[in-house]
Design a protein around this ligand. Structure first.
Ligand code: SF4
Length: 745
């Protein structure tokens, strides 16, 4: 039987393909842990530093388990070794001999008795790396057949029936966006060549309005009655999922699947093994996906898709434009109900705005139900009924289906509105957010579970035989030194939480308790990189004017802030010049980043640094791509640049961290989490804010060294690392590296 060592070790299958391949002790140790956990149906959390090669360490044991029992494919005598570095197209997965009916396959009744492994990532870049590089490579070297599928939500696929109907409506003025048919012609051409009919294959991407008219939708499918049934892209994608050994998904879709399964639906088929990569993001993504969000714009959009009397567009226009008949009056009545709902929605959201304005300084948190009346809900109920009556008169199956789907969207909105308005979910925090969109002040109603751990434990971890959670940043304190390569024993399988050393228990406590993986074993593995050679940590001391010094100088709080920003910008000039660009500056505050961008733009132009700032609204992926084009680029970023961004090589050699990344405690969800900790007698700072900030800090520092060849510096400008007692914990969380202290004065 083939083992992970036959693949990953020095004389293994990868070594035979890649010249200069060297086994990595950390990778083998991780593969051993994953293998043991899968086979003993246990769960495990594994922290593995950058450069371990985590993806192969979990993919190899997972694939071997998924296809266990399969006869080796003896295409050659010796696992078909290939000429070194030869690229090979992975073999196509064998087509199934028969296809199951649509819908969920029960594992027990699965005629193919597939073992399925789901791998979930947070970022698209890692998803692409797995699906386009790592898995095809393993498929090309393993003497086994396995199939892999990328799971995408239904709305990613074009519905051929809806496309055909929408195309017919072009020029009649009823579509929300009607460009005279050019966009539809372009999509028609793409349809002739696309292999999977998913939006990501269509470049440039279609507008949201057009795509919403032609994509697959929940409740908007004719099933077997559809004339496109056999060639339906979404059906084909589902079949690929049902017959895949390995399914790659993102955390958002995985948690949406979890929420759907609670109400009897599903996106993913059942699976045996669940592997979370980038597991440090699980809590945040689960909170978002299990929460509620209703925005003023989303209500507006839903109503406009039905009928907009100003533009005379929307679903109802076709039927309301017919000559008079009793049936037509039903559609006219539905259109009137849409207008009524629009009026009620405006009143509803104005009431929310007034509620917010009556509480200056409030963070928008709503502590009691029914702060607004049920007027909008009643209006929507009326609309739903009017749509049903109108729908019943339609003979055309396509149109009936469109009306049915619209009615379901209205029903879903009613449920969300009432969930929020009546605060129906226990253990949730409710709040209102105010923001400016298209120069108008808008509001959103939001709710999220305060603690996702019980939900994930009950619905996900207890229902899945083996869960593997991995990331480069899972531990806080405790395990000061991760295991070094020379100390790693492949036989040292992680102990269960009850038997593990206190140090390990402490280090993983935050992660395990926040996501509910409390029964999982844990192991921390270091990085194979030589940080002592590759990384210098620069600590800036006395950069900021202290409160005490400001008082002595007679400066107000505002003047002190301005002085500190002046000092910050002066320091940024120095540190950017020190490495002649190749810099990421990571901020925690978007307003501060915007001010620094304005102050330093001239300096960047004078010195000819290609300069990209997130405050200018450029998409993240584009910023990263542009940044990589020069070795002198400078990039200012907030939240999303602290993690999931990979810039290996010379382009990035200096990461400047402006402030330690503490969460804002006044944000409603954070505030509720802190309260919950205090209520059970815990210390909210030590148990939540500090470990959260340390993990994010580790992520930020981790942007610098991505390969064995990378060298550079991380500059920390936050004074608190010297002045606060918790400062040491941030420094101890980093790998051993060179240290330099720059004292400003
Ligand atoms: S089967 Fe359903 S999703 Fe597929 S093309 Fe027909 S209506 Fe659209």
């Amino acid at each position: 039987m083939l083992t992970y060592r036959d693949v990953l070790d020095n004389d293994g299958l990868i070594a035979r393909r890649r010249s200069g391949y060297e086994r990595r002790a950390e990778q083998l140790a991780m593969a051993a842990e994953v293998d043991a956990a899968i086979r003993s149906k246990r769960s495990i959390a594994i922290e593995a530093g950058t450069g371990v090669g985590k993806s192969f360490a979990y993919l190899v044991p997972a694939i071997l388990y998924a296809v266990e029992g399969q006869a080796l494919d003896c295409r050659t005598d010796d696992y078909f070794p290939l000429p070194e570095d030869e690229e090979q197209t992975p073999p196509a997965p064998a087509p199934p001999s028969a296809l199951p009916e649509d819908g969920e396959l029960d594992r027990e009744e699965d005629p193919f008795a597939l073992r399925r492994v789901v791998i979930s990532t947070n970022t698209i870049s890692l998803q692409e790396q797995l699906f386009q590089k790592d898995v095809p490579f393993l498929n090309s070297i393993l003497p086994l057949s396995f199939s892999v599928a990328l799971a995408k939500g239904r709305a990613n696929y074009l519905c051929q029936r809806r496309f055909a109907s929408a195309k017919k409506a072009v020029g009649k003025g009823t579509l929300l966006e009607d460009d005279g048919g050019e966009e539809f012609e372009r999509i028609q051409k793409w349809l002739e060549t696309t292999t999977d009919g998913s939006k990501s294959e269509l470049a440039p991407a279609p507008s949201v309005d057009v795509w919403n008219e032609i994509c697959c939708e929940q409740g908007n499918c004719l099933g077997r009655k559809c004339k496109f049934y056999d060639s339906c892209f979404y059906r084909q994608a589902r079949r690929r999922l049902e017959h895949a050994n390995i399914i790659i998904v993102n955390h958002a879709l995985l948690f949406s699947d979890l929420a759907l399964k609670s109400s009897g639906g599903a996106i993913l088929p059942n699976y045996d093994i669940l592997i979370f990569d980038e597991a440090h993001t699980m809590e945040n993504v689960a909170s978002e996906q299990l929460g509620v969000e209703v925005t003023e714009s989303s209500v507006d959009y839903l109503l406009s898709r039905l009928y907009n009397d100003r533009t005379n567009k929307g679903l109802l226009v076709e039927e309301t434009s017919r000559p008079w008949s009793e049936e037509r009056e039903l559609f006219v009545n539905a259109a009137k109900q849409v207008d009524e709902c629009r009026y009620r929605a405006e009143r509803f959201f104005n009431e929310l705005r007034e509620w917010l304005d009556a509480r200056p300084g409030s963070n928008g948190r709503v502590f009691e139900p029914e702060i607004v009346g049920a007027g909008l809900t009643e209006g929507l109920e009326g609309l739903k009924n009017a749509l049903r009556r109108a729908e019943e008169t339609l003979e055309d199956a396509d149109r009936r289906q469109e009306y049915r789907a619209s009615r379901m969207r209205v029903s879903a909105l009613i449920a969300e509105l009432e969930d929020w308005r009546l605060q129906r979910s226990d253990g949730y925090v409710y709040w209102i957010e105010s923001f400016v969109a298209r120069k108008r002040r808008r509001v959103a109603m939001r709710a999220a579970p305060i603690d996702v751990a019980p939900i994930l434990r009950e619905k996900l971890f207890n229902a899945t035989p083996s869960v593997i959670a991995t990331s480069a940043t899972l531990t806080v304190g405790g395990v000061k030194k991760c295991e070094r390569a020379e100390e790693i024993s492949l036989d040292a399988i992680a102990l269960s939480p009850d038997d593990e050393p206190e140090e390990t228990r402490r280090a993983f406590k935050f992660f395990r308790s926040r996501v509910g993986l409390t029964g999982a074993a844990a192991r921390s593995l270091g990085s194979p990189f030589d940080y002592k050679r590759q990384m210098t940590l620069v600590l800036a001391k006395k950069l900021e004017l202290s409160e005490f010094a400001a008082i002595r100088r007679g400066l107000s709080e505002e003047e002190r802030r301005e002085e500190n920003e002046r000092r910050l910008c002066a320091a940024l000039r120095e540190y950017v010049a020190e490495t002649d660009g190749g810099v990421f500056v990571l901020f925690t505050n978007a307003a501060q980043m915007k001010r620094a961008t304005a102050t330093l733009s001239d300096f960047m132009v004078e010195r000819n640094y290609p300069f990209y700032s997130q405050s200018e609204g450029v998409p993240r992926q584009l910023m990263v791509r542009k940044f990589k084009e020069s070795s002198r680029s400078v990039l200012f970023g907030v939240d999303s640049f602290w993690q999931g961004v990979d810039v290996p090589g010379e382009a990035l050699r200096n990461v400047i961290i402006v402030k330690l990344p503490f969460l804002a405690p006044e944000q409603p969800l954070v505030e509720a989490k802190l309260e919950a900790i205090r209520e059970r007698g815990g210390n909210d700072f030590q148990e939540f804010l500090l470990p959260n900030a340390i993990l994010k800090f580790k992520q930020g520092v981790g942007r610098l060294i991505r390969t064995r060849e990378d060298v550079g510096q991380v500059v920390l400008l936050d004074e608190r690392v010297h002045t606060k007692t918790y400062g040491r914990q941030f420094l101890e969380a980093l790998p051993d590296c060179r240290l330099r202290v720059d004292v400003f004065n």
